[in-house]
Design a protein around this ligand. Structure first.
Ligand SMILES: [Zn+2]
Length: 341
């Protein structure tokens, strides 16, 4: 996750639950490989409001701003990744999909770390990353894993540690540099070209097919509100006078992206990007169809998230069809290499 402001906003939406996003780095110190078992050096301070910056971090440790407890903690990179993969993807998913997630998450992290030329997380001084999916990427604590997984905790932690260790030190590079990583929960059947959502075109993001997601829990979404609420929200945001009595003639789709999502839309004469429209109404995606009722408007969506990069559901489907994590990543990120950072 990273951080153009616009990116942040879009992602924030996507999430009613999940997701993510995220210039150049790598100077590469070869990973000695196998950072093995995670010994977290979480700061022992008990005051959740106090921010502590530990001074003993080296390039294999990461300082993460825990946005829930409002403090900075330091831990090994691989231990951090355990919390990310646990928070970003269901642990029940195919191991090859989880490995793809681990490599994507590690790439995003290395890309952000000042020790490797990144800009860090601007939420808090000294933080390489934060634990918020709306800003950097999701991260959950061991306590949260225990709550989420119950009796399956030991199995799932073992599984995630395995996928992280088996991909130890691996990141995606393009022309020798870590790529800027975006991924999302569920596509509408195709991924989105990055410049349709974020500001810069990047050569490894093209719209690709993502097969088999139709039965995913978040493939379809829907938001219904009254015509009056729709108009009030739009008018208050854009300062126009949309008439709630005749929405169907005032909403016009100006064009679609190559992935079938809406690109630009006009509402009451005000033209805006579909990504902004999605944010305003808290929609799951920009693949939107409208149903106009007498008193209400329904916005049906396909997919969940901004649609750029790897679809997590799509990755799981590819793994179930026999693809390994390298094949999954190279499908969603064109022309990348899997390298050791
Ligand atoms: Zn952050």
């Amino acid at each position: 996750m990273r951080p153009t402001t616009r990116g942040i906003a879009v992602v924030a939406i996507g999430l009613l639950l999940i997701t993510s996003l995220i210039a150049n780095l790598i100077s590469a110190k070869p990973d000695e490989g196998g950072v093995g078992g995670p010994q977290a050096t979480v700061n022992p301070d008990k005051d959740p409001k106090k921010i502590i910056i530990e001074s003993n971090k080296d390039e294999k440790n990461i300082s993460m701003y825990n946005h829930r407890e409002k403090k900075l903690v330091v831990m090994s990179l691989e231990e951090y990744l355990l919390g990310v993969v646990a928070g970003e993807m269901p642990a029940s998913y195919n191991e090859e999909a989880l490995k793809a997630q681990a490599v994507a998450a590690r790439t995003l992290t290395i890309y952000k770390m000042p020790a490797y030329g990144g800009r860090g997380c601007n939420q808090v001084s000294g933080a390489d990353v934060c634990s918020s999916f709306a800003h950097c990427q999701e991260w959950i604590s061991e306590d949260q894993m225990r709550k989420n997984w119950g009796d399956q905790y030991e199995d799932y932690v073992g599984k995630l540690r395995r996928v992280i260790q088996e991909t130890s030190g691996q990141i995606m590079t393009y022309n020798g540099k870590p790529i800027e990583v975006f991924y999302h929960s569920t596509s509408n059947g195709r991924t989105e070209e990055v410049s349709e959502v974020f500001s810069n075109a990047l050569p490894y993001y093209t719209s690709v097919e993502s097969v088999g997601e139709e039965n995913a829990p978040k493939f379809e979404g829907s938001v219904s509100i009254s015509n009056q609420q729709f108009a009030d929200k739009f008018n208050s945001k854009y300062g126009i006078k949309l008439d709630p009595n005749n929405l169907s003639s005032q909403i016009k789709i100006n064009g679609y992206t190559d992935s079938g999502r809406i690109q630009d839309i006009s509402v009451g004469g005000k033209k805006l990007r579909a990504t902004d429209f999605r944010l305003l109404y808290g929609l799951n995606s920009t693949d939107i169809s409208f149903v106009f009722g007498k008193d209400s408007i329904t916005m049906n969506t396909k997919g969940f998230g901004h649609g750029v990069g790897m679809s997590q559901v799509g990755a799981d489907r590819m793994a179930d069809r026999g693809n390994n994590y390298t094949e999954i990543l190279k499908h969603y990120y064109k022309g990348v290499e899997i390298s050791k950072y």
